[in-house]
Structures are given as structure tokens and as C-alpha cells.
Design a protein around this ligand. Structure first.
Ligand code: UD1
Length: 419
């Protein structure tokens, strides 16, 4: 199994280009199941989750053609299977995103129930309840969600109990072909949800309230095809900025979406980072200084993203002062803490909060990646630690970071893949 061997410490300097957003491209690829004509998606990142989605769509009969320059053409005019098998769903929870499009266009779907995962139990009850409100009959048997609606989905007024990103996306994709006007209240406002909504509008969906907590969707009979460029990945961008801040370095990121990064940039300014922006470029410069500790409390967008929490914990581990980091979105998202402690971090875990007393140096150690963003925090820790860090189970990081060794190497890190 591949591992990453990092020899530190390194101070990061240089510039990298940010890829398309994982959490935007996955729902958009799923949404092409709704389209009766071929669609081309541009700026598709090279990620394991994208390959898994392509495999899933291909197994259903979607015709996929890889283009030059990170584009994929998808033609869902001959879908022959409506099933997402366990083998694929178990490696990628986002497979649940095919439920809404399959039900909306074909009136049936069989999707393996995603299990729990390292960051919490992560139920999909809100997806299922929402589909039922839209008229689907759903049974959950032998680990599968069996859904059908022979006469088509009907509009509904749905209030989500908890803000859910993929739940909102699934219901949005279902509602675009439902008869009548649906309302989705307490909808997630994450930029990736907005990107999906914009994609749906570009193929003929009628959606208002995009970017707000209330989405109004007037169902249409069919959706066409289009060419669409995916949003830039704010979590990938944030990860490189935090890595640079933790290493007292300076980086320039190209092709970023600045609006989606605001909360993270504000927190990085609090560390003492000098940040300048121009167009779709952002530069962070620590002027060689250690970052100051910053408190974080995660919340749905526009709050501080849970997907950036682990990286900030790694940075706080070497910051000046003490930081309090509170995780409000997932119940068990501190698996990186024990690994960072093994590298010399002074972190105390209390319920859903960690208290981090910054130390001057971390020490390299063998560590285990437990989930995608936890792995990113361990890579950051490895870059700033003295000596060798061997990050095991990096298949997690390959799910969500395009060419991370190449990009980190370009910034001056000493990092290589070993088996
Ligand atoms: C998405 C992102 C993930 C991010 C998360 C929160 C994708 C592919 N993944 O995950 O990177 O960390 O949003 O920003 O976009 N919940 C329920 N019932 C449900 C659905 C969710 O109780 O039916 C709860 C979850 O357990 C969690 C909270 O709602 O506590 C938010 O989860 P949710 O927004 O659904 O996360 P995902 O969409 O799975």
C-alpha cells in the first residue's frame, strides 16, 4: 500500500494552480444522468473519487469520453442500469448522489446504503425522507435503498432538519424534473451546491434562490446538454495556504475562487499572514514568522468549513500561543489529533473541542491517515516536522487532492510516494 515519505522541515515557497472542486464535480457528474443530450465538463480534477464516479456512471450505461485538458464528455442518452453497487459506494459515500437523478429521470433507483465512516455515523435519512416527500416509495433492505416512482416525482415543500450538503444536492437534482414547484428550506449554501445549481440551470432547470437557504425549483419536462467548467476547489486552496502559513513560508495560488475562501482568508490574516489578492490569484506571505494561534469553530457555509478544521489544527500545533478548535458538523472528526500528538503536538481533546498549545517544533514519526482531510493535516505536519514522517493509508488523500506530491514538491517540500 502506498505511503508518503516526507523529510522536514521545509519552508514552502512558490506558486501552484488550484484544481476543480471535488465536492462540486461529484454532484455535477451525477447530474449528467438527468441530461438527454451529451454534456462536457471542464476542469475535472484528477482524483480517485472522480474515477469512482466515472466507473459508477459507466456501469449504468453512461458513455464517457475523456478529452484533452481535464475535460470529460458524458452522454446519458442510453442508461441501462439504475443501480449503485456496494463495491463502489463503500469506497465513496458521494455515490448516494445518483439517487435523486435516477429517480427523477427513470423513476427507479437501487443505491447501496453508505455505512458509517471515520468521521461519524453520517446517516442519509434526510435524503430518503426528502425523496419520499417528492412521492417516491422507498424501502431499505439488505443494505440497499430501493426507490421507485412509476408516475414521476411530484413537487413538495421540504424543510431539512439539519443543513446537509449532499442531501440538498440530491433533492435539488430530484426536484428539477418533478411536476410542479418545489421548495427546499434550510438548504445548504455551500459554493459547491451553488455550482451544481448553476450547472442545472445551464441545462434548462428553473431554480431561484441559488446561494440562499431557500431553493425554489419549478420542475421542467427534460434537461438538455451543455459545456460547463467546474468551480475551483476552496478546500484544496485553503490546504496549501495553511501549509505555507505553518511552514512560515509564502505561496501564490492561481485559479482560485476568492469569494468562496473569505472565512478561511480571515482566519489566516489572524495568524499574522500577509495576504494579497488579484483576480483569481491569492498570495500568502508569513515573512518568515511563526503563525499566531487562531480559534476555529466549524459551521455550515458561510461558517468556517469542517473540511479545513484538521489543517488548522496542524498549523496551531506549531503556532505562537494556545488555540481552541470546536467541531460542530461531524461527531468524530478529530482522528488526526492522536497522530499529531505522536509527532510532539500538545493537544487536549474535550468532547467536540481541542485545546492546542503551540510548540516550536514537531518531530517526524510514522502516522496513519484516517480520512481525507486528516491526511492533509498529517502532510502539513510532516512538512514542518524535523526528520522523517511516513504517512500510511494515503489512499484517503488520493480521493481528494490532485497531484499533491507534485504540487508540494513544486513548493519546496521533500515528499515522495513509497510502497
Ligand atoms: C459534504 C461534503 C464533505 C463535507 C460536508 C460538510 C461532499 C461530497 N462532501 O458531505 O466534504 O465535510 O458536506 O460540509 O460534498 N446528516 C444527517 N442526515 C442526513 C444527512 C446529513 O443527520 O441525511 C448530518 C451529518 O451526519 C452531519 C451533518 O448532517 O452531521 C452535515 O452532513 P452533510 O452536509 O450531509 O455532509 P455530506 O453531504 O455527507
Amino acid at each position: 500500500m502506498d505511503k508518503l515519505l516526507i523529510t522536514g522541515p521545509s519552508q514552502l515557497h512558490g506558486s501552484v494552480r488550484i484544481s476543480g472542486a471535488k465536492n462540486a464535480v461529484l454532484p455535477i457528474l451525477a447530474a449528467t444522468l438527468l441530461c438527454e443530450q451529451p454534456t462536457t465538463i471542464n476542469r475535472v480534477p484528477h482524483l480517485r473519487d472522480v474515477t469512482t464516479t466515472m466507473e459508477l456512471l459507466g456501469s449504468m450505461g453512461v458513455n464517457l469520453t475523456l478529452g484533452d485538458d481535464n475535460s470529460i464528455e458524458l452522454d446519458a442518452s442510453n442508461v441501462t442500469s439504475y443501480e449503485a453497487p456496494y463495491e463502489l459506494v463503500k469506497t465513496m459515500r458521494a455515490s448516494i448522489l445518483v439517487l435523486g437523478p435516477l429517480l427523477a429521470r427513470f423513476g427507479q433507483a437501487k443505491v447501496s446504503l453508505p455505512g458509517g465512516c471515520a468521521i461519524g455515523s453520517r446517516p442519509v435519512d434526510l435524503h430518503i425522507n426528502g425523496m419520499r416527500a417528492l412521492g417516491a416509495s422507498i424501502s431499505v433492505e439488505k443494505g440497499f435503498i430501493n426507490a421507485s416512482v412509476p408516475n414521476g416525482l411530484k413537487a413538495a415543500d421540504i424543510t431539512l432538519e439539519t443543513i446537509t450538503v449532499t442531501g440538498t444536492e440530491n433533492l435539488l437534482m430530484a426536484a428539477v424534473l418533478a411536476k410542479g414547484t418545489s421548495v427546499i428550506r434550510n438548504a445548504a449554501r455551500e459554493p459547491e451546491v451553488t455550482d451544481l445549481a448553476n450547472f442545472l440551470v445551464s441545462v434548462g432547470a428553473k431554480i431561484s434562490g441559488i446561494g440562499t437557504h431557500t431553493l425554489e425549483v419549478e420542475g421542467v419536462d427534460s434537461l438538455s446538454g451543455t459545456e460547463y467548467t467546474v468551480l475551483s476547489d476552496r478546500i484544496e486552496a485553503g490546504t496549501y495556504l495553511v501549509a505555507a502559513a505553518a511552514s512560515c513560508g509564502a505561496v501564490t495560488l492561481k485559479d482560485v475562487c476568492l469569494d468562496s475562501l473569505n472565512g478561511v482568508l480571515d482566519k489566516l490574516r489572524e495568524t499574522g499572514a500577509h495576504i494579497t489578492t488579484e483576480g483569481d490569484t491569492v498570495t500568502l506571505d508569513m515573512k518568515g514568522e511563526r503563525p499566531n494561534a487562531v480559534d476555529i469553530s466549524t459551521a455550515p457555509y458561510p461558517g468556517f468549513p469542517t473540511d479545513m478544521q484538521a489543517q488548522f489544527v496542524a498549523m496551531n500545533a506549531v503556532a505562537n500561543g494556545t488555540a481552541v478548535v470546536t467541531e460542530n458538523v461531524f461527531e468524530n472528526r478529530f482522528m488526526h489529533v492522536q497522530e499529531l500528538q505522536r509527532m510532539g503536538a500538545d493537544i487536549r481533546l474535550q468532547g467536540n473541542t481541542v485545546i492546542i498549545k503551540g510548540v516550536k517544533n514537531l518531530t517526524g514519526a510514522p502516522v496513519m491517515a484516517t480520512d481525507l482531510r486528516a491526511s492533509a493535516s498529517l502532510v502539513i505536519a510532516g512538512i514542518i516536522a524535523h526528520g522523517e514522517t511516513l504517512v500510511d493509508r494515503i489512499y484517503h488523500i488520493d480521493r481528494g487532492y490532485a497531484c499533491i506530491e507534485e504540487k508540494m514538491t513544486q513548493l519546496g517540500a521533500n515528499i515522495k510516494r513509497v510502497s
